[in-house]
Design a protein around this ligand. Sequence first.
Ligand SMILES: Nc1nc2c(ncn2[C@@H]2O[C@H](COP(=O)(O)OP(=O)(O)OP(=O)(O)O)[C@@H](O)[C@H]2O)c(=O)[nH]1
Ligand SMILES: [Mg+2]
Ligand SMILES: [Zn+2]
Length: 329
Amino acid sequence: MLAHSLFCQYCTDMEELTGIVTRGINNIFSVKEAGAVCDDDGKTYMCRIKGKVLSDVIDEYAPLAVGDKVLFTVHQGSEGLITRRLDRTSSFMRWNAKKSANQTVVANMDKIVIVCSTDEPPFRPRFIDRAIVCAAKSNILIVLNKCDLPLLEEQIERFELFETLGYETLKISAFDEEGIDLLYSRIEGRSVAFVGQSGVGKSTIVNKLMGNQIRQTTASVSQKFNRGRHTTNHSILFHKGQTVIVDTPGVRELMIPHTDSHLIQEYFPEFRKSRGKCAYDMCLHEHEPDCDVKRRVENNEIHTDRYESYLRMLYSLKERGPLWASDRR
Ligand SMILES: Nc1nc2c(ncn2[C@@H]2O[C@H](COP(=O)(O)OP(=O)(O)OP(=O)(O)O)[C@@H](O)[C@H]2O)c(=O)[nH]1
Ligand SMILES: [Mg+2]
Ligand SMILES: [Zn+2]
C-alpha cells in the first residue's frame, strides 16, 4: 500500500515537493528539492512534465526554464513529475527566431550578469544593449572579461558609458583571476545568471567562482571566425552555499523578445530627459518631426552608437511583421 501511494501517478493525495529546475534537456528536467537547511542539501530528481503542457503556462516556447520553481511528485526513487510552475519573479527572455516565439532562458534571478570581452570575440556593445532589454526589470551587472587583452580607447569609453548610465559594471580577467574575488563579493548570497555571446568566457568565470566544486567545459575561440563555438549547449544551475549561479549557452546573435515597440526606450535611461518634450506623445524617436531625442543625439548629449543600437532594435521588431503581434509573452 505504501509502495502504491508513493509510485502511482494517479494518486491524488501524493505529497507535492517544491524544487528548482537546475537543467533541462529534451523535456527531462533536473529538479533539486528545496533543502531543509541549505539549498545545497536538496536531492535532485529527474522529472517530466505531467501531461503535455502545464495548464497555467500558455503560448510560450518551452514552458520551463532553468531557475523555475516547481511543484513535483516523486515516482520511482529519483524520478518525478512536475505538476506546476510557480510564479516567476523575473525572467531573461530572448526571441527564438527558429520557433518564432519568445523564450525564457533563465527565471527567478536576482541579478543578470551580462558578460562581454575585450577581444576574441571582439567587443560588441550593441550586444550588451540588447541583453539589457532581454533582462527587462532584473538587476544588471555588466562584466568586461579578458582585460588581459587590449581594448581601444573609444571602446573603453563605450563600456564606461554603461556606468554613467547607472548600470553596475566590472572589468575582470578570468584568465589571470583579476577581479574574480570582487565579482564573487557582488553576487554572494544571490541568484545570478551569466549571459553573453559565445566565447566571452562565461563558463571560465563560473568555474573560477565555483572553485574546485565543478569543472565545466570551456573552449578556445575559433581562430577562423574569431568567435565562440557554443561550447556550453544548455543552461546549468549550481549552488555554492546560498549563492545560485547559472551558466547559460552563448549565442551568436541575441534578439530582443517580441514586445511593444514603445517599451524599448524604457531600457535607454539617457532618453528619459526627453519625456514629454517630443512633439508627439507616442514618439518612437525615429522619423517624427520635432523629436527631442534626435535633437539631443545631434548635440552629442546622447551617444550616437546607443541611438543607432536603439533604432536597430526598433527595426528588428518591425521586420517580424504582424504575424508576431499576437499576445505571445
Ligand atoms: N585571454 C583570455 N581568455 C579567456 C579569459 N577568460 C576565458 N578565456 C578563454 O576564452 C575561451 C572561451 O571561454 P568559455 O568559458 O568557453 O566561453 P563561454 O562564454 O562559456 O562560451 P560558450 O559556452 O560557447 O557560450 C576559452 O579558451 C577561455 O580559456 C580571459 O580572461 N582572458
Ligand atoms: Mg560556456
Ligand atoms: Zn522623439
